[in-house]
Design a protein. Structure first.
Length: 135
């Protein structure tokens, strides 16, 4: 972190941090925004989820992509940590496994911006009770 020497330095630091907080916790209209959940259970953190989440926040902010980045607990995919869930408006969520910083950049470029699915998707293999009753 940079040293604060003047009041202007402090104001700039505050503005930078505020934009990151807004990106991470912007929840006034999440259904119209890209939503990314980063699994931050112990296994995820040990595998690098914190670095992945920080990268996603910074890179989405740098690219001015309107998104909400939040952390969640265990998604049950410990073997594939770090995992992220990407939910584009109007689409079903997609869970990616083994998402390091490099893979996170690809997810932003190809999936979020380009609309293209990438390798590393963890398929859903479950149904909800409501879905079971409709069969």
């Amino acid at each position: 972190m940079a040293k604060v020497k003047t009041l202007d330095d402090l104001k700039k630091m505050r503005a930078d941090l505020q934009s990151k907080i807004t990106l991470r916790e912007n929840s006034d209209r999440p259904e119209k925004m890209v939503q990314i959940k980063v699994s931050m259970a112990t296994c995820g953190i040990a595998s690098g989820a914190k670095e992945t989440m920080n990268y996603l926040i910074e890179e989405l902010d740098n690219r001015a992509i309107d998104a909400v980045v939040t952390q969640t607990g265990c998604m049950g995919y410990c073997h594939s940590e770090p995992t992220i869930e990407v939910h584009l408006p109007g689409n079903d969520p997609v869970v990616y496994g083994n998402v390091d910083v490099k893979k996170a950049g690809e997810v932003i470029t190809k999936h979020i911006v380009g609309g293209e699915l990438l390798d590393g998707i963890i398929p859903t293999n479950y149904t909800t009770p409501d879905e079971d009753n409709q069969k």
